[in-house]
Design a protein around this ligand. Structure first.
Ligand code: PLP
Length: 488
């Protein structure tokens, strides 16, 4: 086929703006109605076979079908069949719910399609403002450098890149790890899986991640940490970083961050804190003491799409020393040089703080949400979630067949079924059956995990839509279903 004529004037904008506007308004109205009516729906339902087939077996659409047709299929086949994390009774893993305002802010950001490498534009100023606000919220110096990224894993991994650059003792950007001593990183056995992905991705190897045991309180054993660092140094390795966790994914425990900060200062190690959700506890005067010491971190990573409830994807990492942050990633090709004037004035500060060049306007939903709701609203919701977790623990402890397996320190409740005369394996099977029935009958979505080799049900309260009556419903289901379960 020959190319079209140069004056063909094709574009992806609507040909009929009025029709498109009507569809767009319907999209907004339907989305808001769906969120409003969530309490009347089941958190999760299986995908019907015909929907599964329709969504996976369709030929590549070469010809236009109209946006209305695509949208109607979305409403029928996609919208109702999610994993359910928007629902008030979703308490699985640690997921956020999103907010109507966050949804609209993301729509506005997508409409602006701003390019957030930097450049001289208001969206850049908004991201800088948001980073300063977040540093203030977290107790880090407001002169800290930071970047908004897709999630906690990315925020932590990029922080680790800064740590390595700062503490390797040689020019890791130029030399790589060629013929250098092994660089080692320390975290508790409860550290999230990003840490292993990170050291593997950086070519350090998973053997560079030294996992330190925890005590009964699920916090890193400090004498084991000291001993491992000393032994590694003696063996010719080069320790570079200790990762403390504020709110572990399994139990919500927080390492002794002040002790880790002291140790890092004494040992000249980088102190990184993974505060994916736990860092947000700092908003509450009552809960803040649990994460004390976090503000002494060299770098701190936290999600805004978990315990700040914003729509995916949004997380942040902060680096105390802006120069070290820049030095880890900055690389300015001639076509991106700051001319001090014009569109490129001010350069590309965000591209210099991470590996991505083209980035979207993630900051808008943070900026708008903080302004519209105010910090106090988030503080209140975080406290509400912790109060829910505490009351749920208390109620579960009253149930004869239930054992609460880890202390509830923050917002995560872990329990299993126990029954006299049954083996641990039989109790595991009952516990798993209880979890899956609660999910499948559409009551609620907690998740499963392992603790001390035993199967557990894990209820994570990071849901701004959950009301106490939702937990009452769940408690009734636990006692009804567990009473009917017969061991094999
Ligand atoms: C969820 C979580 C992460 C990973 O964050 P994502 O946003 O899922 O990438 C890291 N650490 C902890 C403690 C977490 O709970």
């Amino acid at each position: 086929m020959p190319l079209p004529r140069h004056d063909a004037d094709a574009s992806l904008d609507p040909q009929d703006w009025d029709a498109f506007r009507a569809l767009a308004h319907r999209m907004v109205d339907d989305s808001l109605a769906f969120i409003r009516d969530l309490p009347d729906t089941r958190p999760w339902q299986p995908i019907p076979g015909e929907v599964r087939a329709s969504l996976t077996g369709e030929p590549l659409p070469m010809a236009a079908q109209s946006p209305e047709v695509a949208y109607e299929q979305f409403v029928r086949e996609i919208l109702p069949f999610t994993n359910g994390n928007r629902h008030p009774r979703f308490w699985g893993w640690i997921q956020g719910n999103g907010t109507p305002l966050g949804m609209m802010a993301d729509m506005l950001a997508a409409g602006m399609n701003a390019h957030l490498a930097g450049l001289d534009q208001s969206p850049k100023l908004v991201e800088l403002q948001v980073i300063t606000w977040l540093a203030e919220l977290m107790g880090m110096p407001t002169t800290s450098s930071g970047l908004l990224v897709s999630g906690g894993s990315m925020a932590n991994i990029l922080s680790l890149a800064v740590a390595r650059h700062a503490k390797a003792g040689f020019d890791v950007r130029t030399e790589g790890l060629h013929a250098q001593p092994r660089l080692t990183v320390y975290a508790s056995v409860e550290v999230h899986s990003w840490a292993q992905k990170g050291v593997e991705l950086f070519g350090m190897g998973s053997a560079s991640l030294r996992k330190i045991p925890v005590g009964a309180d699920m916090r890193m054993d400090l004498s084991a940490l000291r001993a491992t660092i000393a032994a590694d140094r003696a063996a010719g390795m080069r320790p570079i970083c200790v990762i403390g966790t504020a709110g572990t994914v399994n139990s919500g425990a927080t390492d002794d961050l002040n002790a880790l900060a002291d140790l890092c200062a004494a040992e000249s190690l980088w102190f990184h804190v993974d505060g994916a959700f736990g860092a947000l506890a700092r908003l509450s005067p009552e809960l803040a003491p649990m994460v004390h010491g976090m503000e002494r971190a060299d770098s701190l990573a936290f999600d805004l799409h978990k315990w700040m409830y914003l729509p995916y994807e949004i997380a942040c990492f902060l680096v105390r020393d802006p120069e070290v942050h820049r030095a880890t990633f900055a690389l300015t090709p001639s076509y991106l040089r700051d001319e001090g004037r014009g569109v490129i004035a001010g350069g590309i500060p965000f591209a210099d703080r991470g590996p991505e060049l083209t980035r979207g306007f993630k900051a808008l939903k943070v900026w708008m949400s903080l302004k519209a709701h105010g910090v106090d609203a988030f503080t209140q919701l975080i406290e509400q979630n912790v109060a829910q977790a505490r009351e749920l623990e208390r109620r579960l402890r009253l149930m004869p067949e239930v054992e609460v397996v880890t202390p509830v320190t923050l917002n995560i409740v872990c329990f299993r079924l126990v029954r006299p005369g049954l083996t641990g394996e039989q109790e595991d099977a009952l516990t798993k059956e209880l979890l899956l029935r609660i999910q499948e009958e559409g009551t609620a979505v907690p998740s499963g995990s392992q603790f001390d080799g035993r199967y557990i049900i894990r209820v994570a309260c990071s849901n701004h839509r959950a009301k106490w009556e939702d937990f009452e419903l769940f408690l009734r289901a636990v006692s009804r279903i567990s009473g009917s379960l017969v061991p094999h």
